[in-house]
Design a protein around this ligand. Structure first.
Ligand code: NIG
Ligand code: FE
Length: 378
C-alpha cells in the first residue's frame, strides 16, 4: 500500500481537541492510518495526491447499529404503517422465516451489497447484529457471515421469541444463555437484547446480558423503542457500551445516561419509518449524555443505509445542530463501540475520511437527500 495525500481541503473536521475543524488543510494516510495533518501550504511528499479543490472532508462515519444478515423485505408493512398501522416487534418473525430459508451465499451477498451502499455514503465502520436466525445453527451462521464484513459483530439471539417457543419464552432464554451463546460467542464481539413490549422483559434481558458478559462479550441493548421499559437503566447499571433507540426516555433515564459511560444511540430512521415521535437529542446533550447516531438498517423498522439521512433527521427533528449531529455520527458511534481509532482524523486514526461535494459539513443536513459523498479515502 502507498501513502495518499489529500490537500486543499476547504474544511477538514478532525475532532482534534484544540482544533476540531481546520481550513485550507491537508492530510496524509499510510497503510490506511492518518500519519500527518496540517496546512495545505505545508504538505509532505506522498505517493498519491488528491486535490480536494476546497471541498469539505469529515471522518468516515461510524454506524454502530445495523441488522444486515437477512433475506426479503417488508415493504408491505411500511405501506400499512404509512396508512396508519402501528409498528410491532412481531414482524421480525417474518424476516426470520425468510432468513432461515436462504443460503449462505444469498445472505452474504445481500449484506455485502448494503455495506457497499453504506460506504458510498461515507460509512467506514459498521456494526452488524444477528437476530433473524433464532436457532443455534442460524444465529451462529449469521455471525459467521457478519464476521466476513466487520469485526464489530453482535449476538442478538434475543431479538424476539421465535414461534417454536411461543408458549415457553423462558425456555428460549435458557437456550439463548446456554447452547446458543456457546455456539455464537466465538464469532461475536458484543451481545444485545431487544428489551421492549413484545420482545424481552428487563429481568430476561438482565439474565442474557450477564451470561454474555460472563463469556467476555461487550454489552449493548435495544430499549425504549416502544415505551419506557426500564431497559435504559439496566444498560447503565451493567455499564453497557450503548443503549439504542431511546424513543421513549424518562427523566430518570436521561439522568442515568448523563452520569454514565453508556452512549445513547439514537436511530432517527426508525421514527421516520414507523411514524413514531422523534426523541430529543437536545435533551440528552443538554443533560451531558454522549449521543450517537446510527441507521439501525433492517428490513422492518428502518431500511436506510444512509448516515447522511440520519444526520439530516437529527438536525431537523431532534434539536441537534449540524456539528452535533456530525459528532454523534463519528465520535459518538466510535464511543458506542468503545473504539478510539475511528470517528476522528487525528494522527493514528484508521477510519478514513469522506470527501464531500460541498464546502462545509453542514451541507449534510442543509442538502438532505443529495448524494454528497464524493469519495472515501483511507
Ligand atoms: O432495532 N427493535 C428491534 N429490532 C429492530 C427491528 C427489526 C425488525 O423489525 O425486523 C430495530 O428496530
Ligand atoms: Fe436494531
Amino acid at each position: 500500500m502507498t501513502s495518499t495525500l489529500v490537500t486543499s481541503i476547504g474544511e477538514l473536521t478532525t475532532w482534534e481537541p484544540d482544533r476540531p475543524v481546520r481550513h485550507d488543510a491537508a492530510i496524509v494516510f499510510d497503510q490506511g492510518a492518518v500519519v500527518w495533518v496540517g496546512d495545505a501550504a505545508d504538505v509532505p511528499p506522498a505517493d498519491l495526491r488528491i486535490d480536494a479543490a476546497g471541498r469539505a472532508a469529515v471522518p468516515g462515519f461510524v454506524d454502530s447499529h445495523s441488522h444486515l444478515i437477512f433475506a426479503g423485505d417488508r415493504a408491505d408493512e411500511f405501506e400499512a404503517r404509512m396508512a396508519g398501522q402501528k409498528y410491532e416487534a412481531g414482524g421480525i418473525r417474518r424476516t426470520v422465516r425468510l432468513t432461515r430459508e436462504a443460503d449462505d451465499a444469498t445472505l452474504l451477498a445481500n449484506a455485502r451489497a448494503i455495506v457497499d451502499e453504506m460506504r458510498r455514503q461515507g460509512t467506514t465502520t459498521v456494526e452488524i447484529k444477528s437476530g433473524y436466525g433464532l436457532t443455534v445453527h442460524d444465529e451462529q451462521r449469521a455471525l459467521r457471515l457478519a464476521r466476513e464484513l466487520t469485526p464489530e459483530t453482535t449476538f442478538l439471539g434475543a431479538h424476539v421469541v421465535p414461534v417454536e417457543f411461543a408458549d415457553d419464552p423462558d425456555g428460549y432464554v435458557d437456550l439463548v444463555t446456554g447452547e446458543m451463546l456457546d455456539a455464537c460467542a466465538p464469532f461475536a464481539h458484543w451481545i444485545d437484547v431487544f428489551c421492549d413490549a413484545g420482545a424481552f422483559t428487563v429481568e430476561q434481558s438482565r439474565r442474557i446480558l450477564e451470561a454474555g458478559a460472563a463469556r467476555g462479550l461487550g454489552l449493548r441493548l435495544h430499549a425504549g423503542q416502544l415505551g419506557e421499559s426500564g431497559g435504559v437503566q439496566l444498560a447503565v447499571e451493567l455499564d453497557a457500551a450503548s443503549v439504542d433507540h431511546g424513543t421513549f426516555l424518562s427523566d430518570a433515564d436521561v439522568d442515568a445516561l448523563a452520569g454514565s459511560q453508556t452512549v445513547a444511540t439514537l436511530l432517527p430512521g426508525v421514527e421516520f419509518s414507523t411514524r413514531q415521535p422523534y426523541p430529543s437529542g437536545r435533551r440528552l446533550l443538554d443533560a451531558g449524555a454522549t449521543v450517537a447516531l446510527a441507521t439501525d438498517c433492517n428490513p422492518g423498522s428502518s431500511f436506510t443505509s444512509s448516515i447522511p439521512f440520519c444526520i439530516a433527521l437529527a438536525v431537523r427533528e431532534m434539536g441537534m445542530t449540524p456539528r452535533e449531529a456530525l459528532h454523534a455520527a463519528t465520535v459518538g458511534g466510535a464511543r458506542a463501540l468503545r473504539r478510539d481509532d475511528v470517528g476522528h482524523l487525528r494522527v493514528g486514526a484508521t477510519g478514513g475520511l469522506a470527501l464531500l461535494d460541498a464546502p462545509s459539513a453542514s451541507h449534510l443536513a442543509y442538502r438532505p437527500g443529495v448524494p454528497l459523498v464524493r469519495q472515501v479515502v483511507g
